[in-house]
Design a protein around this ligand. Structure first.
Ligand SMILES: [Zn+2]
Length: 549
């Protein structure tokens, strides 16, 4: 048999957690067709992999590439930092933040909510989830794409951006939208329960939506209700949803914000372990950094967003209402249940302090001097309190400011809690980051997987190489239910990474994030060589993956 491509003499890790062994791989078209000793002359093309580790392509369960994936050839630029770290499959539509389904009423608001993840000049060419998938297929994708249905667009489309319980009719409308998405091939639903409108949504409402997904075998990927004061309650909530709706639960970016809450990680890992003993199918993902990226809106109480961005800005301009908001931001302790009137799931400012909150993106040129500065520095520069400095900027920028927030499962000196998450056998490695080349990127968009392989596996010995690879490949594949990816095996899709185990490392830092990683020598997506001798080649090598295909 002659192969299109032979990978010769590499140390092959199959993704299962087994140790590597030196063997050859024969690839035909988009599949692995032999794992054996294969003579050079049997390959139309041969890559000498001597000294390199060979792994299944990395599957990132958590990204926000929804808009980037619609960007045609611009993807080759915007996804370079991801594909050159070995990512071959990208799950998008996370944190309840998505681009479909929408209708004529909900689209303008959702376009604004999603502005931070939208590359310059891109429009929305779809309404339904099915149309969005078709758009990706028509345009072509640079890597394999798995878009989830996001709960935000579902609720806003069914009932607008309002607090309070959904009526029976509204719930039925939401269930119908979820069903349509699942029928179009989605792998599941995501939620962002600290963002509007996820923060207005009760447990029972989520269970109703998850019950639609259950018969399809889909997953519920949840950015949970809060990762500080209510972390333990929030984990209990997703476990309850898993039990009642009988659905696969993925706890998105398991984390705790603020040093008084780090200890809870040990407890929540234990709760998830106990739940698995009761046959609740729950696991989590984690990004290997102690800073997280999010929107500045996440620092304000839920009621301030009701009605949309204009209402939010109007409230900040009204001095009486603004005083009330300030008091809540600086003193309000979250309590359960947080979705009721006056509730608040996650007071980030109280959890981490203003000194850990940095501006990572804003739009007006005159404010660009505030990029990469903490709210304490900005307060000093403007002669205002941090709250007033931020709120004045939020008015000017109409709420569209992104932040980098430190104190996420550790700090720059001590990451023992983060290590506990990385080490747990049920934690997949994910990025939770993208870069649309606006403002300051999160280094995770460029360095996540090499950081695990270099810093945590090779240098610190926190994980064996085979275990690190399992957490990037077969484990995430099993969470979404991918059967033909995540392993090196005969008949599996040829999504493959070849890296130098002695040199692989991340170079992206908080100060200088847009730096490609080192040591990832080749990346194959569906049998196409997209990274060759460390250089990204571009090309629409990916497929839009659909459940049941
Ligand atoms: Zn999230």
């Amino acid at each position: 048999m002659i192969f299109d491509l032979v990978l010769r003499n590499g140390l092959v890790y199959d993704g299962s957690g087994q140790r590597g062994k030196i063997i050859d791989i024969g690839i035909n078209d988009d599949k692995i067709s032999a794992i054996d000793r294969i003579p050079d002359k049997k390959g139309k093309k041969v890559i000498d992999a001597t000294g390199l580790a060979i792994s299944p392509g990395f599957i990132d369960l958590h990204s926000h590439a929804d808009m980037i994936l619609t960007a045609g050839e611009l993807q080759f630029k915007l996804l370079e930092g991801r594909i050159t770290q070995g990512i071959t499959t990208e799950v998008s539509g996370n944190c309840g933040i998505g681009v479909a389904p929408v209708d004529a009423n909900s689209r303008p608001l959702l376009e604004k909510i999603d502005a931070w993840m939208t590359p310059e000049g891109l429009g929305w060419l779809w309404y339904s989830f099915r149309d969005y998938i078709s758009c990706l297929e028509k345009n072509g994708v640079a890597l394999n794409a798995i878009p989830l249905i996001a709960q935000g667009p579902i609720r806003i489309t069914a009932m607008g951006l309002k607090m309070g319980e959904a009526s029976e009719e509204e719930i039925e409308r939401m269930r119908q939208l979820v069903r349509e998405g699942m029928e179009a091939g989605a792998f599941g639903l995501s939620s962002g329960l600290v963002y509007p409108p996820g923060m207005y949504t009760s447990t029972d409402e989520l269970i109703e939506l998850c019950r639609v997904i259950s018969p399809f075998g889909g997953l519920f990927a949840s950015h949970i209700r809060g990762s500080s004061g209510l972390l333990i309650n929030a984990v209990a909530e997703i476990i309850e949803i898993g039990e009642k709706a009988e659905i696969v639960i993925q706890h998105s970016h398991h984390e705790a914000f603020g040093k008084t809450h780090f200890w809870k990680i040990e407890k929540t890992l234990q709760m998830e372990s106990d739940a698995r003993k009761r046959e609740v199918d729950i696991a989590f993902d984690v990004f290997p950094y102690t800073a997280a990226a999010t929107n500045m809106l996440a620092n304000y109480p839920p009621w301030t967003f009701e009605g949309g961005f204009q209402e939010f800005v109007r409230r900040l301009k009204d001095s009486e209402i603004r005083e009330k908001i300030k008091l809540e931001v600086e003193t309000k302790v979250p309590s359960w249940p947080p979705w009721v009137k006056g509730g608040w799931p996650h007071n980030l400012v109280m959890a981490t302090g203003w000194e850990n909150i940095y501006i990572s993106n804003l739009y007006l040129e005159k404010n660009s001097g505030f990029l990469s500065k903490s709210m304490i520095e900005i307060a000093r520069l403007t002669g205002k309190t941090p709250f007033d400095a931020l709120s004045d900027l939020m008015i000017e920028e109409e709420g569209l400011i992104s932040q980098l927030i430190f104190g996420c499962s550790g700090d720059r000196k001590n990451d023992e809690w983060l290590q506990m998450l990385i080490k747990d056998p049920w934690g997949s490695i994910s990025t939770d980051a993208i870069d649309v080349e606006k403002g300051v990127a999160h280094p995770a968009a460029y360095g996540t997987y090499p950081r695990i392989l270099g810093r945590y596996a090779r240098e610190q010995g926190l994980l064996t190489l085979e275990e690190a690879i399992r957490k990037m490949t077969s484990l995430p594949a099993s969470r979404v239910g991918l059967k033909d990816r995540g392993r090196i095996g005969k008949g599996m899709k040829a999504d493959i990474v070849l890296f130098n185990p002695l040199t692989v490392r991340d170079k992206a830092t908080y100060e200088n994030p847009r730096q490609l990683s080192e040591g990832i020598e080749y990346v194959l997506i569906n049998g196409h060589i997209v990274v060759e001798e460390g250089k990204y080649q571009g090309g629409f090598a990916g497929n839009v993956l659909k459940r049941g295909d």
